[in-house]
Design a protein around this ligand. Sequence first.
Ligand SMILES: *Cc1c(COP(=O)(O)O)cnc(C)c1O
Length: 474
Amino acid sequence: MSTTDYRRLIPRTDDLLAMPGVAAAREWLSETEIRRVITEAQQQVRDGEGLPQDVGRTILERLARRESASLTPVINATGVVIHTNLGRAPLSAGARRAVERAAGYADVEMDLATGVRSTRGAGTKAALLAACPAAEDALVVNNGAAALLLAVTALGATSTWGTAANDRAPGDIVVSRGELVEIGAGFRLTDLMETTGARLREVGTTNRTHAADYERVLGATVGCVLKVHPSNFRVEGFTSGVEVAALRALIDAHEAAGGRRIPLIVDLGSGLIDPDPTIPDEPDLTGALRAGADVVIASGDKLLGGPQAGILLGTRAAVGVIAKHPLARAVRADKLALAALEATLRGGQTPVGAALHATSEELRARTDRLAEHVSAAAHTSAFEVVPHDGRVGGGGAPGVPLPGWALALPEEYAPLLRTGSTPVVPRVSQSQCLVDLRCVAPEHEQALAEAIAAVATALSTVTTVDSTTKDGFA
Ligand SMILES: *Cc1c(COP(=O)(O)O)cnc(C)c1O
């Protein structure tokens, strides 16, 4: 058959576009994307790869696998609960449902009873205040960094709070040298704060800061006092810091002596609303507010277990000033985040809560069961179940181990698990591929077992072929 004849057998684009399977793909893929898949498949046959009669089937297979968004769901088998590289907190079923409901037109800023404009995020604010009664008011913005930027900008002017917009000279931000945090990937809170034009007034030393260090600098040029929770590192040994209550007392004394009212901003990051005995040293929002913070800041997608969001809780006066600042509009939360956050707060246990509180005994039983399933499915001898500590991760409680278990596989499993049809991200440590079930939802256990069994089968096939070949040449 000549090349021209062969080409003639490749189905025409119009016929391929008319296949019923292509119509289904139009629900999530554009015409351009569909045509690209078709053209590629036709071209491959012209280039001598594959047969003309298989083009239609190849296209349908590729369309079924082609997603319109590239983010791919993964199974987090690392044991790290708040894994920044894996999107931090997974949303609860309730939050996913709320996102779906808010995705179309929704009454984001309309009171349906009267048909007039209403306040954006009112439901989310009510849920926050119900969850944290120590706060008088609340505001939700895009993320924790935005909340911090907004708070120091709006409250940190040297003029009295809430004065006219043309009187916003940024005052110094007083912060301990032990709290100058880099939050990840080279982003430093210090750099962020300096973008406001404010000067950082560092006090104390890396390991120790005393009340007198703050007291010395409180004066007319100070815009705000900021306390930052070192949520991703721990300094041990000869250390001391100044608690929120002590800072409140210093600021009150300054004001009583005729000084300006200096706002006290506390950035906790992790977002624990109340104390949690599993992570006893992690400070909570309620505690910081009771101790006298004007405003506390947290991320929505760390220990709170919700969507990416920046949460500001505090006094009516402080949050009122922050909400009215022009920058608040630039960092506002989107409707999907507002919906997911409200549902997270009003729902029951979050996946983050479940992972954090999973007991060692439960994890042992689940991991033993996984080991049995995998061994049976892959016809391999039993894999070992070993003790393995989980971690809270970038969201807080640095260095605190969460005792549990892991299925120990050979290290070569790791890349194959990550790139399988259900991507699994294990932990690789000391030449082992460790599969920790702490962050794996029970409904994903089956898929996880199948993914591991598939790798075991693939690797045993490769080994057999290799040894046969070697034997053949020996
Ligand atoms: C995580 C964190 C931030 C940044 O919050 P994002 O939601 O990631 O923007 C700021 N401050 C502290 C103390 C944090 O832990």
